[in-house]
Structures are given as C-alpha cells and as structure tokens.
Design a protein around this ligand. Structure first.
Ligand code: LLP
Length: 422
C-alpha cells in the first residue's frame, strides 16, 4: 500500500498533485511520500513490538538525509556500508550508538572514523578485517563491538546479482568455520563480541530461505554460548522483497509475517534482534516522474522516448527489473492499450525501461511515473552523458520540499580541472 493514488483523474503524492511538483522542479525527478515511508517502517516496529529490537534501516536503499531524519525521528537505527553513509547518518541526527557498519571492504580509515564517532557494532566479514579492526581499536585505546557476519550457504532465490548468502558469494565467513573465528575474536583485546550477523540477499519473495538461514544462526548462537561467548544480539539483515506489480497475484510476504517468523525462529534465545530492511521501507515510498519527449514510430515497434534515462534509474538496465510505468493523468476507463518500448535518451540500447509495454494513449509532453522507485533509484544514479542528477522531492500531507536540488551544468562541469600544461 502506498500513497501515490489517482484523485480526480490526477496522480497525487499524498495530498499534492504530481503535475504541480513537475511545474515547480521540472522533470525528471524522484518523489517520496513520508506517509508511505513511515507506514512501512511502522509495520516492522509493530511486528517486533514487545521484543528487544532495533530496526537499522539500510541507508544504501535511499540515503537522502531528509529520509534518514524522518526515520530517525521514529527511533530507527541505521545500517551503513561506507564512511559516506556513516557520515550521512550522523549528519541526519542519528547517534553513532544506533549505527551498525556492514560491508566486505571496510578500510582502516573507515574503522577509525566510526570508532571515533561512536558505533553500535561492526559487522565483520572476514578474518583480515577482524584483525585490522582489533589493531585499529587498540591503537585508539578503544574496544570495538563486533558481530561476525556468517555465510549460511542458503539459496535466497532472488536475482543472482543481489543474492549474498551462498558459499560462492564474497560475503561473510562460512558458517562451518564460525566457531573457530569467534574463538580468535574472543582472544583479540581490541574487540568485544556482541552477536552474530547474517544477510542472505535482497528482494526475497519467500520466507523459506530466511527461515533456513535464521535456523542455522540460532543453532550457531547456542553453540557459541556453549563455547563461552556472550551472544546478546542477532543482526538478521534485510532483504524482504516488495511487490513491483500492484496487481500481482502472488505478492511477497508482509513485514508482519516476516516478523512473526523471526520471533518463532530466534525468539527463545533472548537476544536483542536487529534487522536491516532497506527496500521494504523505501521502495514503494518513491516514484520517478519523467516526461515523454518524443513518440517515435519505428519500423518494427513504437518507442516512447522519455527525458529520464538509465543513468537516473538503472535497475531495468542492470537487473532486467520491471517497474510499473503509469501516466500521471489517469487514462479513461477502458482506454485502448498500445505496446511501446519505453526508453531513455542515453546512447545505449540498454537504456530501455520496458519492452513491448502496453500503454494507454500517451503523447509528447505527457508525464509518466515509475512506481516502486524509492529504493535503489536515486542512490544508484550517475551523471552518464553529463546528465545532471535529478532532484529529489519529499511530500508530507499537502506540503512538499525539494530535498536535493538538481545541480546546474556549471556545477557539474566546474568539478573538472584542466591541468596547466593544456
Ligand atoms: N543489509 C545488508 C548487509 C545489505 O547488503 C543489504 C542490501 C541490506 C541490508 C538491505 O537489503 P534490502 O532490505 O534493501 O533488500 N541494488 C539492488 C539491491 C542491492 C541490495 C544490496 N544489499 C537492487 O536495485 O535491486
């Protein structure tokens, strides 16, 4: 459920008509709904109510500070994977003690920044990283709280580029070696083991792989406790998928179902539960609005050429992802549909958002909205073809605010430096 609905024939974001925003900021742009964001966050809160838990929003999904501040005001923690994300979280007002630091390639510099600024825990992904973190923490006279990310070798049954829990993936430590690695961690004076971390992939549409992984983690927690480790926290990662098709007849499980499963599988351990949802909170809380530049009749097919391209929303080009694309002005009931290839202006055939997509009548100048574009949309955008990063706008009720402005061409071009010898 989201808050992008037609009202009087016009797509609205909460109480604001989308065309009004298009006039104010120009197209293309990202548009987020506070009510949708909060609704999804609160579904997890409700699902875990009564347990000791912290929802650490995966900042990578949508990292604008206005979004982080909105969630932080609800009490959310954050999951970050880089110094940049760590700094963003703090800049948005999240205390370091509510931030977990994940990622396979943390540098010593990043460890130092997070230790100095305060951190809830590092999710350590390898032995070299663990030893480096120990050294860095001791050199600062500190002790780093750590969970070790285990790789449970579970098939997440999602797109191969976003599956992370198989043994051939680069993530975590094989669960079979976990006891050995925890034993070493316990000997390192710069570390304090606080728990276990796992994350098996993204856009999971079935609870079974989660349950398989969490069952393995629960067994490991018991073993590690028997080995004398204090396991007080379980970080269960993110990954719950969203419906990309609003009319889907097989929608993914709801956060409520996911949380019930979590409680059933790990509830009796008495651990504090952390989860790291990104897409489920941000995905359906955002749309991308673009304008039709040309309608082009090809020899073989018809093209709808938009002013947004693969650099603005890369998911279709990168993962073959399917996004619902709807006209901002509601089509007449029973309007005839015509198939289009919906493409951007970038000079690559891969700059295709949809092929043979049945669309109601559309004309040059019309606005269209890509639904479910809140997560992994703006954050994965680039300036390829020297196309400015598109603005981000946040709606709350009948108000809207530009939360990241479109850069000017002078700003973009001015970042280059021509060496003196030229
Ligand atoms: N925690 C960790 C350690 C992660 O690596 C990720 C996502 C998450 C949490 C959040 O997962 P979520 O709840 O959002 O599924 N760009 C891809 C998705 C990449 C996900 C990477 N890791 C896409 O557009 O589909």
């Amino acid at each position: 459920m989201d808050h992008f609905l037609y009202r009087n024939g016009v797509l609205h974001a909460e109480d604001v008509p989308v065309p009004e925003i298009a006039v104010a900021v120009g197209t293309p742009f990202y548009l987020y709904s506070t009510a949708t964001l909060l609704r999804h966050y609160r579904l997890f809160e409700e699902g875990l109510a009564g347990t000791d838990h912290l929802i650490c929003y995966a900042v990578k999904a949508l990292s604008n500070q206005a979004i982080l501040a909105t969630l932080a005001a609800e009490g959310a923690g954050m999951d970050v994977v880089s110094e940049g994300e760590y700094r963003r979280a703090l800049a948005a007002g999240v205390p370091g003690e509510r931030v977990v630091f994940s990622g396979v390639g943390k540098t010593r510099g990043e460890m130092r920044v997070a230790l100095a600024g305060g951190i809830r825990q590092f999710n350590v992904e390898s032995e070299p990283e663990m030893r480096a973190l120990d050294e860095v923490a001791r050199s600062m006279g500190l002790v780093a709280p750590v969970a070790i990310r285990v790789n449970p070798d579970v098939d997440a049954r999602t797109h191969e580029k976003i599956a992370t829990g198989r043994k051939e993936n680069k993530f975590g430590i094989p669960i079979s070696r976990a006891r050995e690695v925890y034993a070493e961690a316990a000997r390192l004076k710069g570390l304090k083991v606080v728990g276990i971390d796992v994350h098996i992939g993204s856009q999971l549409t079935d609870l079974a792989p989660f349950e398989e992984a969490y069952t393995k983690v629960a067994e490991l927690a018991r073993q590690l406790r028997a080995d004398g480790h204090e396991i007080s926290r379980l970080d269960l990662g993110g990954g719950l998928g969203i419906p990309y098709e609003s009319q889907s007849n097989a929608p993914p499980p709801l956060p409520t179902d996911y949380c019930a499963m979590v409680r059933r599988v790990v509830g009796d351990l008495g651990c504090e539960i952390e989860i790291e949802p990104g897409r489920l909170i941000a995905g359906n809380a955002g749309i991308m609005v673009a304008q039709v530049v040309w309608l082009k009749h090809g020899e073989d097919r018809d093209f709808l050429i938009l002013d947004a391209g693969m650099n603005d929303l890369i998911r279709p080009a990168m993962y073959g992802a399917w996004h619902e694309i709807v006209p901002v002005i509601e089509p007449a009931p029973g309007a005839e549909l015509h198939p289009f290839d919906i493409v951007g202006p970038v000079c690559e055939t891969g700059d295709t958002f949809a092929r043979n997509r049945p669309m109601p009548p559309v004309a040059a100048g019309d606005l269209v909205a890509f639904r479910s574009a809140g997560a992994y949309g703006a954050v994965m955008a680039s300036e390829y073809n020297t196309r400015p990063l598109i603005p981000e706008v946040l709606v709350r009720g009948d108000q809207f605010a530009v939360i990241r402005a479109r850069p000017t061409f002078d700003e973009i071009i001015g970042r280059d430096t021509i060496p003196e010898w030229l």
